[in-house]
Design a protein around this ligand. Sequence first.
Ligand code: F6P
Length: 409
Amino acid sequence: MKGNIVVGQSGGPTAVINSSVAGVYAQAKKLGVKKVYGMVHGIEGFLEDKLCDLDEYLADPTGIERLKRTPSAFLGSCRFKMPKIEGHEDVYEKVFEIMEKHDIECLFYCGGNDSMDTVKMLSDYAKEHGKEQRFVGVPKTIDNDLPITDHCPGYGSAAKYIATSMKEIIRDNESFGAKKPTVCIVEIMGRNAGWLTAAAALSKDADCCGPDAIFLPEVDFDIEKFMDKVRELAATKSSVVIAVSEGVHDANGTYICEMGREVAVDAFGHKQMSGTAAMLAEKVAAATGLKTRAIEFSTLQRAATHIASLTDINEAFQVGADAVKAAEAGQTAMMITLERNGDDPYQCGTGAQDIHYIANVERKVPEEWITEDGMGLNEGYEAYARPLIMGELLPLYVNGVPSHLVRKK
Ligand code: F6P
């Protein structure tokens, strides 16, 4: 590669999105790329020419190790939607002007569905206007809902956090052995796809019964059925723990969390989800008189690098490195994918797919992995997800807490 490169992070952060930046950097340096720039706050910051030189942080060999152990988006993230090209050519010209100014040949963008739309729009513009710069997507999302790729970096670590925390919550909830159970409702992220909520099932093992019911957005939520289930469980158990997706909705598509209140909407038109567990816990308490507790994992589940999956960290690094290899080979308008070659032993390689088949497409949990009553996951899901949460990478502890690599402002 003759020119420089730039890497950006976009959308909701994860525990391993920084490992992908580390992978891009390490591979680019191996290829002799002079400057690896980081976009400060994704394409939004790039449009204001906000860049940093990653040599400043990663040239020292401990830099990469610290970055791998740093949660969230080291470079800063954004939720910025590229406008449609027609009538907004100035926005696109600005991107290319900044690329030319810094002699940037390739742009790598780590993100989920919405961020892959940015890769698609920029590569479409380049093609239409005969520009030579290349654009490659690096997959990331705790939601695990990008199509074609077997799974998404970020998912395994969030799933590991959820499985672990569910075990701890179940342990706590069952400790009193009360005659009347406490009903604990745990809300898990994942907008329209239930992959992350499904991970609650991974808490089930020889030493843990797992959650008593799991509600995914793939199945229409029926409040009466939910109440009946709670009553049935409360009649026979001294502890009831239920996992619900933030995105559960009724048969008309109305999210439970938006019933009776206004919710904010982001640049992509996504409603801000929150409060589902609290609302359901209130309803259970009012209808049954039972003690209830609502837990919302919220951002904890996507920033828990202290319990990240080593498999996930390694794969996040790999997709970053392979994105650089793909660009070096002349590819553009692509996203790197993970391709599973076996479950036992787990084996996974990478591929590359045309971004047009990926951007803005959401992949849901397949129906055949959801139990017949619509309130649980079966062995098909377990075989798919268990390998993704395997392995640990110890944090670097300083003063008793994990130490992170932080970008200078
Ligand atoms: O895109 C990942 C995600 O974590 C979703 O699961 C969640 O609904 C959303 O981001 C939350 O985004 P924000 O933190 O911007 O509200």
